[in-house]
Write a protein that binds this ligand. Sequence first.
Ligand SMILES: NC(=O)CC[C@H](N)C(=O)O
Length: 308
Amino acid sequence: MDKNILEDILQNNRKYIKLGEVATYIPQLAKANKEDLGLCIKDMNGDMYACGDYEKKFTIQSMSKVITFTSCLLDNSIEDVKKTVSFEPTSTAFNAIVDLEIKNRHRPLNPFINAGAIACISMLKENTYQEKFDRIINFIKLLSLNENIDYDEEVYESERKTGSRNRALAYYMQSTGIIDKDVDIEKLLEVYFKICSIKVNCIDLSNIALIYANNGVNPFTKERYFSKEVSKIVVATMALCGMYDESGEIAVTVGIPSKSGVSGGILSVLPSKMGIGIYGPALNDKGTSVAGLKILESVSEKFDLSIY
Ligand SMILES: NC(=O)CC[C@H](N)C(=O)O
């Protein structure tokens, strides 16, 4: 893979930034620099190809749902997980309420929408809410091969103060028994907001993605972090649901299982080959980086990476 080609791809797709807007519904995210654009690709040999603002830190947002879902699968049998959340795509937004009432026996359709992730956090086996958060941040440190991962206190506060929609989702799920009646919803949401506020850069995302590309094994130390079975479930769910109600279109145009977040990050897993991290905070109307998505599409096309 030629770094100059990647640099060209990044520059050629810069023009799409103007089609998007940074997220404003979480006030702190509105402070992002719309012009930022970064890409990092890491392969199984440890070779890294990066350009643009690949070292810039941003919050992990919905990309954390990959790690939350993985942890939920490690703590619970697949049958028990399926009683709470299924693995079906949505045709509505990531924070939609309507599906919870009318579809799927009140279960969130998948673990990558807000309701699904909040339900997954409630299923983690730790005894305290602090332990649940520690578990996830430590797992992110492990998978990103970065001990220095931390969370952004200001983004966390901003989300906590403005999180009425997530509160509505969580209380609704408690009313239907999807979330246990003993769960303290405010505390559960604090964990969710804090997880979303964990800071990463494109290198961290590419490292995390690489572990999934390698079926749960760190390709450098050969350490196994989760089973091949869990990895397959998570990556398949990413392919079908990771880009919300745009997942079908992206399967066609990109063909690489991916998960986006409203900070503008995209985490993409190319099985057996590479991990990709992208950042560009200007978002399309689905909440995905508009130029980032175009970069992913160009990389896939240029190097013939679609899994289909
Ligand atoms: N799509 C996203 O990245 C959403 C995550 C964000 N923290 C929220 O709960 O709304």
